[in-house]
Design a protein around this ligand. Structure first.
Ligand code: DC
Length: 223
């Protein structure tokens, strides 16, 4: 297995920007697992399946051809039955239903298998809700990026998105199958008063303390 840096946290905590920046500065692949659950939601909706019907959602995903990969920037990609859902992943309907689709254990099994496969080929920074707790519990490099509810709501509003993050947080944290939680050995970083660079710097500092084998490029730019 390759190196895995796990970054978990609630919606709009800043974890995506941080994970992407960290992956770029290390030359690692950046894997956005939220996008995978969003893609599954898009598939369910376009197939006319009720997102609250667990058995139908599981069946629809089992019948789908799910292909994951990396683009030229080493960012994760996903297609469903040959179609790329990327332009639709931040649509309001997806924001609204994604937490429900993510509660379905079979959906998680199908996607977690693909998430784990990334680490067989590349060093990765993977972000999500259950990466440190369930997908790669064995990695010693795990972070939980948080921010106050007010700051998170402001960030989403600034992005111009209709997204009820309080409701998503509630469903994501209380579901039975690998809920959002702080893994016992995760390092928590409150990003409320930090810039992206500030959080990335903090993570790199903590990785150094853990004797993480920093790639040469990261060493050059940070010291
Ligand atoms: O990170 P995001 O906001 O794009 O994630 C969208 C939803 O996907 C989130 O509300 C819950 C689900 N999700 C999940 O259940 N497990 C993950 N590892 C990542 C996302």
């Amino acid at each position: 297995m390759h190196l895995v840096i796990a970054i978990d946290g609630p919606a709009a905590s800043g974890k995506s920007s941080v994970a992407r920046a960290l992956a770029y500065s290390f030359g690692f692949a950046y894997i956005n697992t939220g996008a995978m659950y969003r893609a599954a939601t898009w598939q369910v909706l376009r197939r006319g399946v009720d997102p609250l019907d667990e058995a139908a959602v599981a069946a629809a995903m089992e019948a789908s051809q799910i292909v994951t990969g990396l683009n030229g920037l080493k960012e994760s990609t996903i297609t469903l039955d040959g179609d790329d859902p990327t332009p639709f992943l931040r649509d309001e309907a997806i924001n609204h239903h994604v937490s429900n689709v993510s509660t379905v254990p079979r959906v998680r099994e199908l996607l977690v298998a693909r998430q784990r496969a990334y680490a067989e080929r590349d060093d990765i920074v993977m972000e999500g809700r259950d990466i440190g707790s369930a997908v790669f519990p064995q990695t010693p490099y795990k972070f939980y990026v948080d921010a106050s509810p007010e700051v998170r709501a402001q960030r989403r509003a600034a992005q111009g998105e209709g997204d009820s993050i309080a409701q998503r947080d509630r469903i994501d944290s209380t579901r039975r199958a690998s809920p959002l939680m702080i893994a016992e050995d995760a390092q928590v970083i409150d990003s409320s008063r930090l810039t992206i660079e500030g959080v990335v710097g903090e993570i790199i500092g903590r990785l150094k303390l853990k004797r993480f084998p920093l790639p040469p490029l990261a060493r050059l730019t940070r010291e």
